[in-house]
Design a protein around this ligand. Sequence first.
Ligand SMILES: [Zn+2]
Length: 556
Amino acid sequence: MLSTLFATAQSDIPDNYFAPPLDIELLLSGTFGELRSNHFHAGLDIKTKGSTGLAVKASAEGYIGRIKIQHGGYGKALYIYHPNGYQTIYAHLDNFSPKIETLVKKAQYQKESYEIQLFPSKSDIVIEQNEIIGYSGNSGSSGGPHLHFEIRDYESKPMNPFLFGFESIKDSKPPQIFALHAYPLTNNSHINGHTDRVQLKLIRRKDGSYRTDPIKAFGKIGFGIDAHDVLDLAYNKNGVYSVKTELNGKPVFNSTFDKFSFYETRYINRLIDYEYYKTNKRRIHKLFLEEDNPLSLYKDVYNEGVVEIKENYLNQNFEIQVSDFKGNTQTIHIPIEPDTRSIAEAKKAKETEYFVKKNAASVFEKDKIDIYIPKNAVYEDMYLDIKIEGLNVDLHKETTPLHKSITIGFDVSEYSTADQSQLYIAKVAPWGSKYYVSTYRKRDRLTTKVNQFGTYQLFEDKTPPSIAPKNFRDKQWMSNFRYLKLEIDDEETGINSYRATVNGEFILMEYDYKTKTLTHDFNDGVVTDTKNQLKVVVTDKVGNAATFEAEFSRKN
Ligand SMILES: [Zn+2]
């Protein structure tokens, strides 16, 4: 079993070319290809015992070709370029090894910015295999301390790290099936008398596999599973590696997570049942392909994975095999019998004045709002349900996926110029919470680009951010302090910028949005005077500014 799985690996890279990036036993909280919001997970999430500061080691020799530091995303991340054209990536780090840290700080002080991106040249930072390059952390969009580790091939496509060994990861259990669903796919097809998705009850058999009761079906139908894999020694629910289906012993469908391109990752909205996900917060992996699904992870798919049941098709046997990388497989048997009843179906899309074609751009305008939908923003032709009232737009349904961003424009000429500057566009959730969306201003017009349907509305933000000291008081002696910490927050639109100076000189502050904390490290060596005037200016996303000033002293 294993040998056939490994056969898909790039043959030019020897097994174990890449060494584990941590010294501890590798336990995972995320696997390659795992289904996430609008993307597939591009690497392994390695657990770091719930804390930060574990030494992170270069997986193979090479040089640091890219350093990226951002508030969100990968946080502090290092990219090692290897002689074979591959890259390894280490993300959410706490800090870097001294030779990298020195280069980073220099660039940050030069640019006067915590967020930076550097592309050092080949000879700048040469790295040996197993050399310590940094320490694990929780920086960026990380839900807890861990190391995100990624391998990209010479075309910068992320690959499943399991293809390169890492055999020490223990997995003796097959994937777990949470639910099985069946879909009638055309107007005249039906399953157990239903013309819409039906969940099928799973019955455990003595050998550990599952079966369903025989289903009665007619016409073109498909299946979908909600499954995850659990490794040994950790409770985390990870992604499954491969799903295959067969009809009467003949292969129908196969999706396998070996590698993908970043340009295709948003097509995850086509792989999952998006409406079900938006409604139930669970992802059903569809085992059939609809229009506009070019994902490269599908192999050997016949008839789009669709099964057709005709009147005389007795005793059909459909089988689903869900596997993890080690080849542990869970199997589901689904007996299918033809159902010759004709069942009236009532699903017809509501016709509206807003029809969008997948292959053409559409523009809609009404009162003070205009909407631009580019070509290929929707996955199929459809009627949109749009309600416009003043400066509020209900733009179709949140349960319909968008592949590309659409532009919404608001005519705000009824506001004075001063008031206009504090206006912003927010997405209003069905439960009433509002979320700022990037708002662009041009004369009497505000626009935003959004990649989800839903309700969008104008609001005003007149409240500047708040700034408060976190580990000191005004006029305090801070001789023995390593860090200077402040808490910054903005309730309406969020933090746009922050800048701190001591005695008029820029000091670097690291911003962690998760803890709302700005941190200066006195080891940077830029605060050298005894008496110091600290000034911090913070702005929100409409430009409201707040200033904080304090005095502190340090013996040098
Ligand atoms: Zn990750």
